[in-house]
Design a protein around this ligand. Structure first.
Ligand SMILES: Cc1cc2nc3c(=O)[nH]c(=O)nc-3n(C[C@H](O)[C@H](O)[C@H](O)COP(=O)(O)OP(=O)(O)OC[C@H]3O[C@@H](n4cnc5c(N)ncnc54)[C@H](O)[C@@H]3O)c2cc1C
Length: 369
């Protein structure tokens, strides 16, 4: 029997498992397919900055708390596993074609994050490849990126070194109960017994939550990505326009993201989705028209019906914690979530207040960010 059974081997589940094993617990991760192959693998891997002492909203606090951990986690992963997850501070240029950046610019200033307003001239001094045809922009020098597949490989390896057991190809179909709460995860391969359980099943969490007495919806929202290849890097900042972005890798690749589509558990790329991404990319950086298209993929983001992720104990099963619903920011927020859930599991005071993330709060109660 394990001290802690984590259901779901994405960035969230692996972060919980690593941090909890580091605190001395026996941890088992149960994964329905292969570890680290769903949304966490598919994501673009860029992370806005944060400043914990100035973060005013719950989501800003979680983002900022995670921000404080990334450099240290990267160093420890490299030291323990020899794998470089590609985390680096590359900076970001946020662009608008309709003068809509005032509010978010003020929010970053109020948080105390390093930021600089750009004109179309100064923006092109920061990134000369950028089109001149936009209205407004700002520069976030502390925005960072990582290579998702490498990070997940490092996390898995670090978990194994810390003694975490993995059960792959093993979907959890329900729970066995006793008076103290859930006592085992039910799978086709038999029961997985534990003292405490963590539901970190991303876009697939609804069924497991309903079976655990919390009938909330976590909707899959598809995001398509196209990957370009250039002989040399054309630009070095992440460039963002609303929900779309370009992420330049140091090896000349450029990742174009992303769509937001509510099409159920369907992961195909579509002509409309990919064409839209390519048009977006060349309108922003015209020289990309000569790039090779290397490949496309998509992933399913876990989207809750409220604004905040669900992090906390289940009301009907006190020995079970949910950590899901991070939607577009789950990779960035995974170290913070891993630490916070481990603190809950070991009965420590949590590093930030988790009340607004309580899974039992309904939409009207969960703070709007
Ligand atoms: C195109 C795209 C771009 C993105 N870009 C970014 C970005 O730049 N920055 C950022 O921070 N975030 C980004 N995200 C969001 C981020 O990827 C997600 O929020 C994050 O990966 C969620 O992690 P997770 O561990 O909850 O889910 P997942 O990675 O999906 O992991 C859940 C795991 O649970 C397993 N599972 C499900 N049900 C069961 C079951 N019954 N039994 C056993 N196992 C089960 C699944 O197989 C899966 O492996 C992006 C997402 C997409 C799709």
């Amino acid at each position: 029997m394990s001290d802690v059974v984590v259901v779901g081997g994405g960035a969230i589940g692996l972060s919980v498992a690593w941090e909890t094993a580091r605190r001395g617990a026996d941890v088992t991760v149960v994964e329905q397919s292969r570890v680290g192959r769903e949304a966490s693998w598919a994501g673009a891997g860029f992370f806005p900055p944060g400043n914990l002492s100035g973060a005013a909203t719950p989501i800003a606090q979680l983002r900022a708390f995670s921000h404080t951990l990334w450099a240290d986690w990267t160093a420890r992963l490299r030291e323990q596993t020899g794998i470089d997850n590609g985390y680096r501070v590359c900076g970001g240029v946020i662009v608008s074609f309709d003068n809509s950046l005032d509010v978010e610019f003020q929010q970053w200033c109020a948080e105390g994050v390093s930021i600089e307003r750009l004109t179309s001239e100064s923006a092109r001094e920061v990134e000369s490849a950028l089109t001149a045809e936009f209205c407004d922009a700002y520069h976030l020098p502390q925005l960072a990126q990582a290579r998702n597949p490498r990070h997940l490989k490092a996390m898995r390896s670090a978990c194994e070194l810390a003694g975490v057991q993995f059960l792959e190809g093993c979907p959890v179909t329900g729970w066995d109960w006793a008076e103290r709460g859930i006592i085992a995860a039910r799978t086709a391969q038999g029961r997985v017994d534990g003292d405490q359980f963590v539901i970190a099943a991303g876009a697939w969490s609804s069924m497991l939550l309903a079976e655990a007495g919390l009938p909330v919806t976590i909707e899959p929202v598809r995001g398509q990505i196209a990957l370009l290849q250039l002989p040399r890097p054309l630009f070095r900042h992440v460039i963002e326009v609303g929900p779309r972005y370009l992420v330049p890798r140091p090896d000349g690749r450029v990742l174009i993201g992303s769509t937001e589509e509510r099409v159920g558990f369907v992961k195909q790329n579509t002509v409309g989705g990919v064409t839209g991404l390519l048009e977006f990319a060349t309108s922003l950086v015209p020289e990309l028209v000569d790039a090779d298209v290397e490949r496309c993929w998509s992933g399913l983001r876990p989207c809750p019906t409220r604004e905040l992720p669900l992090i906390g104990r289940l009301p009907e099963a006190e020995n079970t914690i949910v950590a899901t619903g991070h939607f577009r920011s789950g990779l960035q927020m995974s170290p913070g979530t891993g630490v916070l859930v481990s603190e809950l599991l070991t009965g420590e005071v949590t590093s930030i207040d988790l009340t607004p993330f309580d899974p039992a709060l309904d939409e009207s109660q969960a703070a709007i960010v």
